[in-house]
Design a binder for this molecule. Sequence first.
Ligand code: AMP
Length: 455
Amino acid sequence: MPFTDLALSPKVLSAVEAAGYTDPTPIQAEAIPHVLDRRDVIGIAQTGTGKTASFVLPMLSLLEKGRARARMPRTLILEPTRELAAQVEENFTRYGQNHKLTVALLIGGVSFEEQDRKLDRGADVLIATPGRLLDHFERGKLLLTGVEILVIDEADRMLDMGFIPDIERICRLVPFTRQTLFFSATMPPEIQKLTGQFLHNPVSVEVARRASTAETVRQLLVSSSTTPKDKRAVLRREMQNASNLSNAIIFCNRKRDVSTLFRSLQRHGFNAGALHGDLDQRERMATLAKFRAGEINTLVASDVAARGLDIPAVSHVFNFDVPSHAEDYVHRIGRTGRAGREGDAITIATPADGKYVAAIEKLIGQPIPRQEPTETDTPADRPEEKRASSPRRGKQTETRTRRQDRPAKASGSKSEEGRGRGKRDSDRVVVGLGDHVPQFLLRPVRRPAPASEKD
Ligand code: AMP
């Protein structure tokens, strides 16, 4: 189906054409007609599916009638992170190139004054993180009674970040009669409750995760001792040995570790940047811009940075830590292997990570291939698995072949289960390691670091 069948306005269609898009993605084809019909919509879709345009394009069409009044935005889009908010703003600039609409971005880490000025002039579109929006509201700079369309994006991320009370409060501040567009990659019970409370007779539109991600990403699990210094040495070895590494995102579980690892990589001559929630906003945007432009090729990041960043063609993702939420693994490795390109996702696992690895394998429905031992590995490093004879790094065990035989099916609802949240169900097939922690993951690794290492 071409875009022209979607009843979008000529101005919007010409911007879509300029963007080079021919056909709408499934979420766009399904959601746009409902949005144009003024229906409330629940979109179950993750980033990379084209979901941003699925609300931005019809909103632009609807906004062509009417104009903004001072301090009374006409539409409000809530995003969990500053980066996502900035990306949605970019989308409005791109698709709204034929419109004269005022877009205001209210995010933390930048001064209130400039944001106040934009609000005073009247915003057609207000894109905000919940905390900063409520700050402006409490300072009396903002009235939400003129909001015609409310978009809540990445709702499950909002839940993870503790924003649900803020969202509930905001939903009560906007008019009851507004149209609500609600997007989430998964629908845990807390999110379902929210939609039941604040949406009116919504239509649900669901698109599967992009299967291409799982199929084009080569996954590998590499073992290390728990010592951070050893883990850093393993990471450097993997980065140096990686074939076709053009740029990489390295994920850490804790912000503190992002900074430590970033400094260590810099000391070792890597062209690296760091991205996590505690950094100054300007610094985060500048780092991201440098990474996009290829000025730096290694980005050390926390999970907050993982969601929604549209960075094309990342060749490698490294998990410096195994994520404790299985779903974060899917999001992290989704940064590579995008749009049919090949990618590598290499995860460093310590003996303490067994249960997290098992949870991930259960979620993705396949075992993660283990790395064969390198010549320098001590016997304690070696996974107790049957392996082929080559000792070279990067060759993978039989599990790899099994994985190819059985492509991943990580649907949205599956990831919801994988989040765990106290649910146990004995009916499901145990995949990979199941709940069993193999002995090799529990054994300490004795591997003295080379004396030349400074960190
Ligand atoms: P999103 O899921 O909104 O983060 O979008 C993911 C990527 O898909 C972005 O780079 C968009 O520019 C791109 N995109 C969105 N809609 C289309 C489309 N209809 N055809 C091709 N690319 C698209």
